[in-house]
Ligand binder design. Structure first.
Ligand code: ZN
Length: 489
């Protein structure tokens, strides 16, 4: 199997030719969500980035096992080793079982991912279903001398590990700096050093998510689940580990240390990180109140949004930036993407109806080469899309009779656009959503006709009820001389 794909390996800080360990098999692990709330834009980017990689590797012919986890235990508030579990906190707030929270937000994550047309992973393991395996890895690390137990909790001994290994090799952090930065916290915990991290935590009496172990009734540290579940399903050494840049440190750095300490060798060949999303130039944060949920994006119901942006607009927008660049969401940029997306879809439609000539005046081979060159260059989707638009110009010129294409070249170009646009970039054409729009219009006409009838019969209670309940759904009805108009707020 031949591929020319190069990917930027965060570990070596270089673009490397992708050479799987056991072709034709490829193992890919991506850190999934912690399911304690609805999915936001920050969830969309890694899902789409690694979806394109998954699709492309399969397109090339590899047999890819894509594992993406669900974090449902051990991720504490503030990402540190103290405080409440994020799931348990939300469960208390909503007065439900923690696993109800997990189920609810796993379902909504799946719904959003399907809307964004990301393919489901091959395996989606839950951390809470791998407590035994996590305890086993804690034991291995203890046995190898890279962890210590204090008062029922087990911590990774970063200083000990650093004597023979390079803790910080992924993120570029330096141990001395970490020590200086975190010294203030020393003395507040059982840790030998503030940069040590929990492998197993003894549960406080009020902590509801707990499992028995030889050390204490407790729960695993957050970083452990990914070391355990990646190697359980992909083997002690596997090809690709991905995730958002925010996970590089400490989460992935700790994963490297745990796997090495347990098994004696690095588990991952290529580390890949997608960059983060900003909103109007600012980092998404709770305090700035600029977290935009995917449902809000798709419905337009968020104070920062001028309109709704459908899942394919969001997907196309994300692909218009390189995954290692930051990506800024603004209404202006999204509206530009919407136009571009429509232009591309129109061209795909035009392509299926082009007239053929006996001779071609265009070079279709050249378009294909440029497109795949961009894709192979560390998944450079913005350049790829620019070449797709060069092709769109050519398609439109042929359609206008300014250029000609023969039968063979036309089917070549049709296959190319079909493969790239739908199969690899994972876009869908909007026909599905436009037929839904049509249905909505029909339903609204039906409702407004009922309302007019009610008014005629002087049944104002019913006519007001229809208007008020539509308003609650975000649909504003305005009476006009001709009847009524409506719009989505
Ligand atoms: Zn992870």
């Amino acid at each position: 199997m031949k591929n020319n794909l190069t990917i930027y390996n965060t570990l070596t800080r270089k673009k490397e030719l992708f050479e799987p360990l056991n072709p034709p098999f490829v193992g890919m692990y991506v850190c999934g969500p912690t399911v304690y709330g609805d999915s936001h834009l920050g969830h969309a980017r890694p899902a789409i980035t690694f979806d394109v990689l998954f699709r492309y590797l399969k397109y090339v012919g590899y047999k890819v096992r894509y594992v993406r986890n669900i974090t449902d235990v051990g991720h504490l508030v503030n990402d540190a080793d103290a405080g409440e579990d994020k799931i348990a906190k939300k469960a208390k707030l909503d007065q439900v079982e923690p696993m109800e929270i997990v189920q609810k937000y796993t379902n909504s994550y799946h719904k959003n991912m399907e809307q964004l047309n990301t393919l489901p992973p091959s395996i989606e393991p839950h951390a809470s279903a791998h407590i035994i395996e996590q305890a086993e890895m804690v034991e291995e690390i203890l046995k190898n001398g890279f962890a210590y137990e204090v008062n029922g909790s087990v911590y990774f001994d970063v200083a000990k590990y650093s004597e023979t290994n390079n803790y910080g090799k992924l993120s570029g952090r330096v141990l001395e700096d970490l020590q200086n930065n975190t010294r203030i916290l020393a003395g507040q915990s059982d840790k030998k050093n503030s940069f040590d991290f929990a492998l197993w935590k003894k549960a406080e009496p009020e902590h509801i998510m707990r499992w028995p172990s030889k050390w204490s009734d407790g729960f695993p540290g957050w970083h452990l689940e990914c070391s355990v579940m990646s190697t359980k399903y992909l083997g002690d050494k596997f090809d690709i580990h991905g995730g958002g840049l925010d996970l590089q440190f400490p989460h992935h750095e700790c994963e490297i240390a745990q796997s090495k300490a347990a098994k004696g060798e690095d588990a991952v060949k290529y580390w890949m990180h997608n960059n983060l999303i900003t909103i109007d130039g600012q980092k998404m944060s709770k305090s700035l109140n600029n977290f935009i949920m995917l449902d809000e994006m798709f419905s337009g119901k968020h104070k920062l949004l001028e309109q709704a942006y459908g899942p394919m607009i969001v997907r196309f927008f994300i692909l218009q930036a390189h995954y290692r660049s930051t990506l800024d969401f603004s209404n202006k940029a999204l509206q530009a993407s919407e136009k571009g997306y429509k232009r591309l879809m129109d061209a795909v439609k035009t392509l299926s109806n082009l007239k053929i000539s006996s001779l071609s005046s265009v070079n279709v081979q050249d378009i294909k080469e440029k497109i795949f060159k961009a894709l192979d260059d560390d998944m450079n989707t913005p350049i790829l899309i620019a070449h797709l638009f060069d092709g769109v110009k050519i398609i439109n010129s042929i359609n206008a009779g300014k250029e000609t294409i023969n039968k063979e070249d036309l089917s070549f170009l049709q296959k190319l656009y079909n493969d790239i646009v739908f199969e690899i970039l994972g876009l869908e054409n909007e026909e599905k959503s436009s037929s839904e729009d049509e249905k909505l219009k029909d339903v609204m006409n039906l409702l407004l006709n009922l309302r007019t009838e009610a008014k005629k019969n002087k049944d104002f209670a019913t006519s007001d009820k229809i208007r008020d309940e539509l308003k609650e759904l975000g649909i504003i009805v305005k009476d006009t001389r001709e009847g009524a108009e409506w719009k989505i707020q």
